[in-house]
Design a binder for this molecule. Structure first.
Ligand SMILES: Cc1cc2nc3c(=O)[nH]c(=O)nc-3n(C[C@H](O)[C@H](O)[C@H](O)COP(=O)(O)OP(=O)(O)OC[C@H]3O[C@@H](n4cnc5c(N)ncnc54)[C@H](O)[C@@H]3O)c2cc1C
Length: 815
């Protein structure tokens, strides 16, 4: 219990004294924040932290998370030199491949690690056994080793972080329970505890499994579920005085190990997971006094893991078990953290660490502290941003189905293009049944069912990519691609996120948020980016002016909460009185694109669609097949065409009328995978693909969508500065063999020097080549330069090519 008097005011209040809360406090203090208070309802570490296994691995599938974990290791190492060390032991780690597929994954990861300067290298099974002599090599195909991974004592780490925070002025109040959070005008103002009330500007919810409960205090849904997670510790049996064993993971067998004193700690991810205190109908209900406690041992659910552990380390069947731990840990629906500012201004969350919170804590503390101080993320944190979750996660049923699926597949190999199976279908297009009846293969994005392709379209199997890129590949995509380039394709894009922005200051507001001039007059459509204050691309979308006081915004399916949240945040901060309404569910959207698009559309409307009457980037209200619709001349595939927006109840009749009108022109219904191939060829950027908060429009080749003529828009100053100092460029790379398809994150080198990593890749069927995009230093980005890209340990030659790769003069788009 702290003896400091209870404060009446602070700038920042952190709720939760686990490894997350103390790390955020530590980093805020490091950044010079002076008025930071941390409340913990019991003792520090008494949530999930005290019973953690403490393994710290750095390499993850996501580059940002890898950088964060690398920061954790640097920090934990440096804490050893302070008066409050964290008991960091840099014992290294081994990952075993017990299947050929796992070995492929390992080789792919070794390639990524190279781009981070991480010393991950392949070792033979025998070398693995040399490092960890207890291993039985039966079924082991190969392995990798990273010397800078390690283990830490989670409680000591938390105490060390808390000590560092205290040294820099943070006040920590234990046994102080937050009961209520007060807001005014959707902004936090006060935190009420059982010891008193404090006024504050910012609240950071570091409540671990209790985070959803804290979120409910301000009506914010935090889709985290407490899941039981188990491990055991054996009796001591290792010889004394020897070098500490590295940590060991054998994901094919679902298990991990580390040395604990002179025994082994062994845990894993059960295939029969179990939520705790939450179920399919109810949110979590954690007992008031659940601190410093564990759950009842569940040997039955652990049996598969125990048996597997004995297969890999036969000694496990001989040694006794000293301790069996079953503790709850907060899992999110996609195994990524849940970070950032929520829909309530000033209310941040840093929770849902999915059993890698000890490895992540250092990095989490850093990025969340920076986010709070800057008011926006300082790295590309989209994968961890709470705003990635849409409204479906308001349902306990949907959330738990997703969490369960993810928990149980935690150690599985996740191939690109893999689709979620649980909780489907959730959101459907109004013409979903038509697609299903016509052979659609659906994918899921942000809980929307979308057509990936129609399996009735049979293409050339010989184009199947080599390796992983060929796993979830269909020859139908090339057929749909060619139909769009040669005649026309029709795409159901009803899941697009759409918003109406209205108010007398709507034009002024949008021209402040957007980098482009978006108020060009009624009926004009503009592609724009919204920038953060560093000039990074916070979002990109199209804006159509509908009237003097109303605009229509369309953005990607997954970005409604994020992009519209950003608009609301800026409106709030800058006092723009505008209405921002999400109208995604009201309108269907069809894209009809290709050289015959005009011929087809002309058959179902009397409107003059000629280029002179209906130019590119214009939008009109017209009648299509007898129904009122908005048609916008725009394309995401690089062809002549329109996007048609209409009320959902009219969607089916208009779709069928278009299909019928298109019959004589070989119009083909197509899916999202074809869009991906078409847009890669044309060089259209995708947010969260080639562009994100860390990239600016100059380096991304999007300077054409910036209007520096406007003297005031968000991020302008940084953007002007950035223009003087563009150090890297987004380049298009082509590969002669269309089957050599990079997936993202692969290392790029010239000679023996690694110069970058791939951002995105795919197949360009018109080009007849594989395509990738990457940011390279200007010195390396000259057109014609040969580079090598590592595809599963194989270096493949690519060429930096002139952009756009397809129709550089835009003749097709503007025909
Ligand atoms: C069995 C097990 C093994 C694990 N092994 C590993 C591993 O090997 N490596 C790894 O990286 N991670 C591991 N983890 C995960 C890791 O332990 C967690 O991710 C991490 O400890 C979570 O930290 P936290 O700060 O988010 O939550 P917590 O430690 O739970 O802290 C949240 C705190 O908030 C407090 N709080 C909640 N509500 C209030 C309120 N209203 N007022 C005041 N205070 C409040 C709680 O009392 C609690 O102390 C493991 C987890 C488990 C369960």
């Amino acid at each position: 219990m702290s003896t400091t008097a209870f404060p009446s005011k602070a700038r920042i209040v952190i709720i939760g004294g686990g490894v997350g809360g103390t790390s955020v406090a530590h980093h805020l203090a490091d950044l010079g924040e002076k008025e930071v208070i941390l409340f913990e309802r019991s003792d520090l570490t008494s949530g999930s932290t005290f019973h953690s296994a403490g393994l710290v691995g750095q390499l993850r599938a996501d580059p940002t998370l890898t950088k964060m974990n690398m920061h954790s290791v640097d920090l934990y190492r440096s804490l050893e030199k302070t008066d409050t060390p964290a008991s960091w032991r840099e014992c290294g780690s081994i990952k075993l491949a017990s299947s050929p597929e796992r070995m492929e994954e390992i080789r792919r990861q070794i390639g990524w690690a190279r781009t981070f300067g991480l010393d991950l290298h392949e070792i033979s099974p025998q070398e693995a056994q040399g490092l960890f002599p207890l291993i039985d090599l039966k079924g082991v195909v190969g392995a990798c080793y990273m010397a800078s991974d390690g283990q830490v004592d989670p409680s000591q780490l938390t105490m060390a972080l808390a000590a560092g925070a205290r040294r820099n002025g943070v006040k920590i109040f234990t046994h102080t329970r937050v009961l209520e959070i007060k807001t005014k005008d959707a902004r936090v103002t006060h935190v009420v505890t059982d010891k008193g009330t404090i006024e504050c500007e910012i609240v950071v919810n570091c409540g671990g499994i209790y985070a959803p409960q804290v979120g409910r205090m301000v009506d914010v849904r935090i889709p985290i579920v407490p899941m039981s997670h188990q491990y055991l510790i054996t009796e001591n049996f290792l010889p004394q005085g020897e070098k500490m064993l590295p940590s060991l993971r054998d994901p094919d067998l679902l298990i991990y190990f580390r040395q604990e004193v002179s025994g082994l700690l062994m845990g894993g991810y059960e295939r029969n997971s179990k939520a705790w205190s939450a179920d399919f109908n109810n949110f979590d209900k954690i007992p008031e006094d659940f601190n410093g406690k564990l759950l009842t041992e569940e040997w039955e659910r652990f049996e598969e893991i125990a048996v597997n552990s004995q297969r890999r380390i036969p000694k496990m069947s001989e040694v006794g078990v000293k301790n069996f731990i079953n503790g709850p840990e907060g899992f999110t629906p996609d195994n990524e953290f849940c970070l950032g500012e929520t829909s309530v201004a000033g209310f941040y969350v840093a929770a849902g660490f999915c059993a890698h919170g000890i490895a992540g804590a250092g990095g989490i503390g850093k990025v969340v502290a920076e986010w709070i101080v800057a008011g926006e993320p300082t790295m590309d944190l989209w994968h961890m941003d709470i705003k990635r979750f849409g409204s479906s996660y308001n349902s306990p049923n949907f959330t738990l189905q997703r969490v369960t699926e993810n928990y149980e597949a935690y150690y599985d190999i996740h191939y690109p293009g893999e689709e979620r199976q649980s909780a489907r279908p959730e959101k459907k297009s109004p013409i979903y049944d038509w697609h299903a009846a016509h052979g659609a293969t659906f994918g899921e994005k942000a809980s929307w069912e979308r057509v990936n392709y129609y399996s009735t379209h049979k293409g050339d199997e010989a184009l199947r990519p080599i390796g992983w890129a060929g796993k979830y590949w269909s020859s139908a995509v090339q057929v749909e691609h060619h139909a769009t380039r040669n005649s026309a394709g029709i795409f159901d894009e009803s899941s697009f996120a759409k918003a109406r922005i209205s108010g007398t200051r709507a034009a002024e507001f949008l021209n402040y948020v957007c980098a482009n001039d978006v108020a060009k007059g009624v009926g004009r459509t503009v592609y724009t980016q919204a920038l953060n204050s560093r000039g990074g691309i916070e979002s990109d979308y199209t804006v159509t002016q509908v009237s003097d006081s109303e605009f229509f915004i369309v953005t990607g399916t997954a970005f409604a909460t994020h992009d519209f949240g950003w608009l609301k945040k800026i409106a709030h901060e800058k006092n723009y009185d505008v209405m921002i309404k999400d109208i995604t569910q009201e309108l269907a959207c069809f894209g009809i694109w290709g050289p015959r698009a005009r011929d087809i559309l002309s058959k179902v409307t009397s409107y003059d669609l000629s280029h002179s009457n209906f130019p590119f980037m214009h939008s009109r209200l017209l009648e299509i097949a007898g129904k009122a619709a908005r048609a916008t001349r725009i394309t995401y595939v690089g062809e002549l065409g329109w996007e048609i927006y209409l009320p959902v109840h009219d969607a089916l009749s208009v779709w069928e009328a278009l299909i019928e009108a298109g019959e004589e022109f070989q119009l083909m219904p197509c899916g999202y995978k074809a869009i991906e191939s078409l847009r890669l060829e044309k060089g259209y950027r995708a947010w969260a693909g080639e562009i994100n908060t860390e990239t600016n429009p100059w380096e991304a080749g999007l300077g054409f969508a910036v209007s520096l003529k406007k003297d005031n828009f968000h991020g302008r100053d940084a953007l002007v500065r950035a223009k003087e100092n563009v150090l890297r460029t987004l380049v298009a790379i082509t590969f002669e063999n269309i089957c050599d398809v990079p997936l993202g994150n692969e290392a790029i080198r010239i000679g023996e020097t690694v110069i970058g990593r791939i951002k995105s890749g795919g197949q360009g069927y018109t080009l007849g080549k594989a395509i990738a995009y990457a940011y390279l230093a200007n010195v390396h980005s000259e057109v014609g330069t040969s580079i090598d890209v590592e595809l599963f340990g194989r270096w493949v030659r690519g060429t930096i090519s002139d952009e756009p790769l397809f129709d550089p003069l835009n003749e097709r788009v503007k025909s």
